[in-house]
Design a binder for this molecule. Structure first.
Ligand SMILES: [Zn+2]
Ligand SMILES: [Zn+2]
Length: 170
């Protein structure tokens, strides 16, 4: 699927939201966590993913275009919270009490695990899988190999075997 061209103004709004929330977090946590890298390469039905070791947030450009305010209000803080939790607490449950605390007490955002986006425009070609640390997209071919019991796939970051999931957001 080809990525749409994102208007500069939209990218700037997303970046501003990220910086505002990071600044708030750094004040309240009394830390100086660096700005994560923001890329617009997320595919499939996931709104975004947080790449812990890379200190990177990947946003889905198709869903971003269709849900601009929701991305700024929810998705950006959601993924930022995953990065901050990892730096602050180490490896803990992805949407556990530390993440909830980070969202609500530090970032001032209601902690919702998933987003209700219309995903018909991006549904197809890939299937969402999960490991202990993030969401993955498997191709139809790989997905079918898993269903037939011919293969299993592991996360390169945490080493977990990938399990099929139906998450709109990680
Ligand atoms: Zn993993
Ligand atoms: Zn999440």
């Amino acid at each position: 699927m080809k990525s749409p061209r994102l208007p500069i103004a939209l990218q700037q709004s997303v970046m501003r939201a990220l910086r505002n929330k990071l600044q708030l977090a750094n004040q309240r946590l009394e830390r100086d966590y660096p700005e994560p890298k923001l890329v617009y390469q997320q595919r499939g039905t996931a709104a975004g993913t947080a790449w812990l070791q890379n200190w990177e947030i990947r946003l889905n450009p198709v869903l971003l275009l269709e849900n601009q305010q929701a991305f700024i209000d929810e998705v950006v803080p959601h993924e930022l919270a995953h990065l901050l939790v990892w730096k602050h607490f180490g490896r803990v449950a992805p949407h556990g009490k530390e993440w909830k605390w980070m969202m609500e007490q530090i970032l001032d955002v209601p902690a919702q695990r998933t987003h209700q986006f219309e995903v018909s425009s991006v549904r197809s070609r890939t299937f969402p899988y999960r490991c202990g640390c993030q969401q993955h997209q498997l191709s139809v071919r790989r997905h079918n190999r898993v269903l037939r019991g011919e293969s299993e796939y592991r996360c390169l970051h945490c080493g977990d075997i990938l399990k099929a999931g139906d998450f709109l957001n990680s």
